[in-house]
Design a protein around this ligand. Structure first.
Ligand SMILES: Nc1nc2c(ncn2[C@@H]2O[C@H](COP(=O)(O)OP(=O)(O)O)[C@@H](O)[C@H]2O)c(=O)[nH]1
Ligand SMILES: [Mg+2]
Length: 356
């Protein structure tokens, strides 16, 4: 009962891995998971897409199959370099991914591009636009591009992207790009699932930098100033100097590094190889110092904790006594009869009597 409850909450919340024992799938379904996994391992794109659709599914009947698929993928996953790419809309992410991605596949790597776009359900059109900006890459046999899952809230989308990443690795992709739009939580979520976080910024009409907030600058491992072509070159050079000085004011990372600032033009394909070189250098240094493995482990534990927290809160909020108390207390908080703190204490008391 408890596990079925948790399961339906996970589905509703857009999670895909049930947290309790569930009914084993029928024999025929298990055969189809075996078959799907074998074809995915063989590099079959159709099988990979179907596997990702399965882990994104909110259907309760798909949950156990998705878990089995992920259990099988785990031992053969983890061998890629995972790169997060962020920046404000219009900064040139999709165009750069096309250029950088083409460079990477040109070096015989297999590249998967995943996106975390919490706004994607309402902006379906932009996905088509993105695909056309990744024209070179999407035509390449060693590249696979998968847009964000539609539906699901932000946290759910991030979890689905992590799981899609494991499946891509099991399918043999050795470089994964995870693109995110520059909006708050999605950047933190993506930072927590990659080995290197690339921030794109643009030199503005003055020489100030557009779309670069301090909090995000602190998360960046590598920075690229985009559209460094035509009239923009001089502005970008000035902006790069400013940015480097600003970075000096931030603390260095545990290996004593600060984000490198790179100038690129995706349209003219300039600075692309150097940018990839910076990403590789960052990852290689982390590997040499044991920081790579440490971060991966920490990320996996954080992921588990986050899933449990959400599942617990979800399951608790759905209990009828909690629902009715929440409604009543919300009304009192809204009208000012009760402070939010007092109402929270009362709700917590209900949680304790219900569960603890
Ligand atoms: N001049 C120039 N324009 C670019 C460059 N990269 C992207 N753009 C243009 O900037 C706009 C936004 O690019 P896009 O890749 O869709 O940005 P995104 O929203 O961050 O994914 C498009 O009109 C691109 O053609 C570049 O390297 N140079
Ligand atoms: Mg884009």
């Amino acid at each position: 009962m408890e596990s079925a409850d948790a399961l339906s909450i996970l589905s509703a919340e857009g999670f895909v891995t049930p947290l309790g024992p569930t009914k084993p799938p029928a024999r025929r379904q298990r055969d189809s998971v075996d078959d799907l996994f074998i074809r995915l391992r063989g590099g079959d794109r159709g099988a990979l897409s179907r596997a990702i659709t399965l882990v994104e599914s909110a259907k309760e009947s798909d949950q156990e199959l998705a878990s089995e698929l992920l259990d099988r993928a785990l031992p053969v996953s983890g061998k890629s370099v995972r790169v997060g790419i962020t920046g404000s809309p219009g900064v040139g992410k999709s165009t750069l991914i096309d250029a950088l991605g083409s460079y990477v596949v040109g070096r015989k790597a297999h590249l998967a591009v995943l996106t975390v776009d919490p706004s994607s359900p309402s902006t379906r059109g932009s996905i088509l636009g993105d695909k056309s900006r990744m024209a070179t890459l999407s035509a390449h046999p060693n590249a696979y591009i998968r847009p964000s899952p539609s539906g699901g809230h932000l946290g759910g989308v991030a979890h689905q992207t992590r799981e899609a990443m494991l499946l891509c690795e099991a399918a043999g992709f050795d470089v994964i790009f995870v693109e995110t739009v520059g909006v708050g939580q999605s950047e933190i979520d993506v930072r927590d699932m990659v080995d290197c976080f690339l921030l794109l910024a643009l030199a503005g009409a003055g020489d100030e930098l557009q779309g670069i907030k301090r909090g995000i600058m602190e998360m960046a491992d590598v920075i690229a100033l985009t559209k460094v072509d035509g009239d923009n070159r001089t502005r970008a050079e000035v902006a790069a100097g400013q940015l480097e000085r600003a970075l000096m004011l931030l603390p260095a990372d545990p290996l004593g590094r600060r984000a490198s600032v790179n100038l690129v033009s995706a349209v003219e394909r300039k600075g692309i190889g150097d940018l990839w070189g910076q990403i590789e250098k960052y990852v290689d240094e982390d590997k040499a110092k044991g920081r790579f493995e440490w971060r991966r482990g920490t990320q996996a534990v954080t992921w588990m904790e986050d899933m449990v927290h959400r599942a617990l809160i979800g399951a608790w909020l759905r209990r009828p006594e909690v629902q009715s108390a929440t409604e009543a207390l919300s009304a009192e908080v809204r009208s000012g009869e009760k402070t939010p703190r007092r109402a929270a204490i009362e709700l917590f008391a209900i949680a304790r009597s219900a569960w603890l």
